[in-house]
Design a protein around this ligand. Structure first.
Ligand SMILES: Cc1cc2nc3c(=O)[nH]c(=O)nc-3n(C[C@H](O)[C@H](O)[C@H](O)COP(=O)(O)OP(=O)(O)OC[C@H]3O[C@@H](n4cnc5c(N)ncnc54)[C@H](O)[C@@H]3O)c2cc1C
Length: 344
């Protein structure tokens, strides 16, 4: 019988983030399909709030490594905590969210316990005897299903690929099996000195937004009066993001203009880039503006549900099966009208 381990790091307040709850949702489903045994393993500065919140997930054991040494991401301590938890659980299948923190350590941890690991998992299916995972290769152009016999098998589930577990918390504190992990001075050579984040209204990448708003290089090009209108473009885009709470994406051309210090949008960085060499975000809807819709860009739209684009060119890439709706129009005019409607 399989033992399925749900593994997660806790947030600063001791709770679980959304990606972790999604991984738990997948672990609970997998456990039901395999009629296995479910265990939960948590690590972080505080773990009790997370354990209490998932008390009714069906786990028969709640293992934990807790303490200030495990508060922030650090390879040596995170890997030691995860290794201890995997050894204690003796699981055959381990499911964890593919956060940047766990992605950094799980390959090494899996090697230490003699298992195998798969990253960027987008779905996990099982019948009573076998487990099959799905993941994408070659920038989301090839979808593969694979299965393995080696155990333990560690699966890093991509955020946004599964619905989050939603269940009742405990009425009283859950009993934790606390595991002591010795932390030597050499393991603490790396120290987190603090976190620097832009203010919330300048944070343009919003993975949970309903809409992805993409800006292309057209916003910085000469318009019908023969002039560029970059300050106006900035105002229109910032105003729209403020009102709609959309996430901001960009084409490669636009972020590169910004990097070269040309007259471009100041709030744009390479992190906003969507596409073959950029990100593949997940949002229910997308609106592309002043972007041509070339294949290396639109491949990053793989997981965008309904797609719309605004372009002056009726023969742009979006018109060739890349978008559900193409508005052949001036994005400056359309977005100022949209902003006016949102403001009223
Ligand atoms: C190996 C490789 C990897 C790449 N990876 C990526 C990637 O990850 N992401 C990516 O984006 N690109 C990528 N590219 C580049 C990609 O092929 C395109 O060059 C890029 O996406 C073009 O950006 P753009 O559409 O913003 O600019 P442009 O091609 O310059 O298009 C600007 C568009 O704006 C329109 N426009 C101008 N003014 C207005 C207006 N007022 N209203 C409406 N529309 C207007 C124009 O009609 C035009 O269609 C890659 C290329 C290669 C070779």
């Amino acid at each position: 019988m399989d033992t399925i381990l749900f593994l997660a790091q806790t947030e600063e307040d001791g709770t679980l983030g959304k990606p972790a709850l999604e991984a738990l949702g997948a672990a609970v489903e997998l456990n039901q399909a395999l009629s296995g045994t479910l265990a939960a393993a948590l690590y972080g500065a505080k773990v009790q709030p997370a354990a209490d919140a998932i008390a009714n997930c069906g786990a028969s054991r709640f293992l934990a490594v807790a303490g200030e040494d495990f508060a922030s991401a650090r390879y040596a301590t995170d890997a030691a905590a995860c290794e201890a938890l995997l050894r204690a659980a003796q699981a055959t299948l381990v499911i964890t969210a593919a956060t940047s923190r766990s992605s950094r350590v799980m390959a090494g941890v899996t090697h230490r316990v003699g298992g195998c690991v798969d990253t960027h998992v987008s779905a996990i299916a099982a019948d009573s005897s076998s487990v099959t995972l799905t993941r994408w290769f070659y920038r989301q152009r090839i979808e593969a299903s694979l299965t393995r016999t080696q155990r333990p098998w560690v699966l890093l589930l991509d955020p946004g690929a599964h619905t989050a577990w939603q269940g009742q918390g405990a009425s009283g504190p859950v009993t934790l099996e606390l595991i002591t992990v010795p932390v030597t001075e050499s393991m603490k050579r790396t120290a987190a000195r603090g976190t620097i984040t832009p203010p919330a209204d300048q944070q343009t990448i919003r993975p949970d937004a309903k809409l992805l708003f993409v800006a292309g290089a057209g916003w910085t090009k000469k318009q019908k009066d023969g002039q560029t209108h970059v300050p106006e473009a900035e105002t229109l885009i910032v105003d729209f993001l403020h009102k709609s709470k959309a996430s901001l994406g960009s084409s490669k051309s636009l972020v590169e203009l910004t990097g070269e210090n040309q007259s471009a949008l100041r709030f744009m960085s390479h992190l906003n880039q969507v596409g073959q060499t950029g990100a593949t975000p997940r949002h229910p809807k997308g609106l592309s503006t002043c972007c041509h819709g070339e294949e290396p860009h639109t491949v990053g739209w793989r997981f965008i549900g309904e797609r719309r684009a605004i372009n002056l060119d009726p023969n742009c890439g979006w018109a060739r099966g890349k978008a559900d709706v193409l508005y052949v129009a001036d994005a400056f005019e359309v977005m100022s009208k949209v902003n006016a409607l949102l403001g009223s």
